[in-house]
Write a protein that binds this ligand. Sequence first.
Ligand code: PXL
Length: 451
Amino acid sequence: MARLITDTMPRREVLLTIGGSDPSAGAGIQADLKTFQVLGVYGVSVITSVTSQNTSSFISRFDLPVEVIRSQIRAIIDDMQVALVKVGMVGGSDVIKVIAEELSGLNTPLILDPVIRSSTDGALLDELALEDLKKELVAHSYLVTPNIFEAEKLTNLRIRNIEAAKKAAVAIKKIGAENVIITGGHLDGIDLLLDRDGEFSSIGEGMDLVGGDFHGTGCTYTAALAVNLFHGEDLLDAAIFAKRFVTEAIKNAYPVGSGFLPINQSKRLINAAERYIVLEDLKGAVAELLKLDIATFLPEVGSNLAVAIPDAEGIDDVAAVRGRIVRCGDAAIQVGPIEFGASDHIARIVLALMRFDPDMRACFNMRYSEQIINACSDIGLESAAFEREDEPEGVKTMDWGVESVIKELRTIPDVIYDKGGIGKEAMVRITGRKGLEVTSKVKKIIEVLGY
Ligand code: PXL
């Protein structure tokens, strides 16, 4: 029977983000919640302001009545154990004061991302509220994470080099923040940390950093950092992690909207899940194949079943049987384990299929015989052939033959074969969307042939 959640079960702590809503979901509390979720913590949110913005422009801002903000905060803290609070967009002084009041009794570390303008240049903080932000929030923060522009506003200093960034960090610490990170600090994307002991560290040197304008980098950075502090990392390690995380999210930014691309916090997790799903499919499919009486259908060079993840870029994104499936007497045996990068030939065919139809991610090769091709037509599988003789010099047979067939047909047939050439074994290739789809085609073919 399923285990019941009882009153005695210990409850976990949550992370609270207080900030503005971004309907385009690139920044603000949407970015924070995505980051918390993908990094495995339960995030809760209190909305201070409803912005109307998208990837290219900031249209308007509607700050919620302070009593609504107060009521949201109380709803959370009356019910949940909040481990850390991240504060982002606050809008104006009234909101700042309510947040400060409500958090004052909590004894929960505050991480402040002192946002002032959006990437599309919308005002996220009233100019008149800057002093209250410093007095009520910066002064009580465990960590403040301004970018250069925000650090300049907080300190009235011009930051054009590392020395100026250091001075600004010291000035922000004087306001009362325990730790300060100026992001993008010395003009070349490197972050500057000034910690509670007065030690400076640079973060990002040697990393493969990416430039350009994106939507949601600041929010995601600070949210990722908060998660790591929550997990007990020390501040420098948490800041290094956050920098790497946001850099990866930038590299995988979503191609949506007409302006600054929203960054993608989940690519790594999705990628890991896709790889797992492919391995599971392939394990099941290879087990099915080995249950069939397949040995006589294996070519001299052996067979492989290869399956790629969606968006595969190279053979390392394609899983297959290491050492192939080969004939040993009357039996077919799997030589090595199922792994990514285990096939070159069949993996290349899969990549060629995917260039034409990204959903066609699997392929298996078997020995050629006329009976096999006839069997395919008997059971309604479409097949098409290419001639090895037509092969231009210096091309990779696998890619060329398969591509030429697809280009001519303008669709991917179930079966692509060739009758071989001098020193080249004739081959049949069965295509499909998944490993199990390919094996079910193979099964039908060999059943028709009486196996
Ligand atoms: O990235 C800062 C930020 C924070 N909060 C909201 C925002 C932005 C930037 O666009 O819209 C709501």
